[in-house]
Design a protein around this ligand. Structure first.
Ligand code: PEP
Length: 253
């Protein structure tokens, strides 16, 4: 069990209209109550952010976005600026999710620019990294992660460890029902923490939260979180149902 405060984050992807997201967030807030032993974040689609923010007003659940653009404003049709996310009530922003890398050509360099823009605007980036199945089979897991961490996190101006969250999400485990074993995940998390120490120093690295993501469910979260370098979960499918997500949060705490 790690010494860092756990964070359980829900990525709602492209699910839920504004009213649907509002209802889900409202039920989740009821279920979570005032429990502050674990940090909770939900990331609904952009169109639901302001509505969900209102619902979360009296709740400790934080709001996150699923992406952002690095520019402050301009002629960038379809994009959302850091400032817009702040104004909508966001504290966190997910950056470099494997679906964005895979379907929208997001690069490590882009991830780095986005993370810098997020930090400059007081948003906490949740930077996603992870290897594909073929990369794991070819024994490339650590070289892939090394590159993603080196290029994605290069030069981030962290004031403290709470400024940054890293999410290890093996691509082969996302939405597939396959989960990394607790030992597989721990091995990678320890490797990532070593990389973080190289960039940001030992003390900072010891405080940065590293989440595991990939088919997290109520029945596997506790074993994962018992590992020393696993500080929480980034949850996709299982975060869409408030009762199930609340169960995961309970185990996370
Ligand atoms: C995710 O989208 O980040 C994710 C981990 O999805 P799932 O939990 O559905 O595998």
């Amino acid at each position: 069990m790690s010494q860092r405060k756990p964070l359980i984050a829900g990525n709602w992807k492209m699910y839920k209209t504004g009213p649907e997201a509002e209802a889900t967030a409202s039920r989740l807030a009821e279920l979570v109550g005032k429990d502050e032993s674990v940090d909770v974040m939900i990331a609904p689609p952009f169109t639901a952010l302001a509505l969900v923010d209102r619902v979360l007003n009296a709740s400790p659940i934080a709001l996150g976005a699923q992406n952002l653009h690095w520019e402050a404003e301009g002629a960038f049709t379809g994009e959302i600026s850091p400032d817009m996310l702040k104004a909508a009530g966001c504290t966190y922003v997910i950056i470099g999710h494997s679906e964005r890398r895979q379907y929208f050509g997001e690069s490590d360099e882009g991830v780095n620019r986005k993370a810098k823009a997020a930090l400059a605007n007081g948003l906490k980036p949740v930077i996603c990294i992870g290897e594909s199945e073929s990369q794991r089979d070819a024994d490339e897991t650590f070289s892939v992660l090394d590159k993603q961490v080196r290029l994605g996190l290069e030069g981030l101006p962290l004031r403290g460890p709470e400024d940054l969250v890293v999410a290890y999400e093996p691509v082969w485990a996302i939405g597939t029902g396959k989960t990394a074993t607790k030992d597989q995940a721990q091995e990678v998390h320890a490797f990532i923490r070593k990389q973080l120490a190289h960039f940001f120093g030992q003390d900072m690295a010891a405080g940065i939260r590293i989440l595991y993501g990939g088919s997290v469910k109520p029945d596997n979260i506790a074993a994962l979180m018992a590992m020393p370098d696993i500080d929480g979960g980034l949850v996709g499918g299982a975060s869409l149902k408030p009762e199930i997500f609340a169960e995961i949060i309970q185990f996370g705490a």
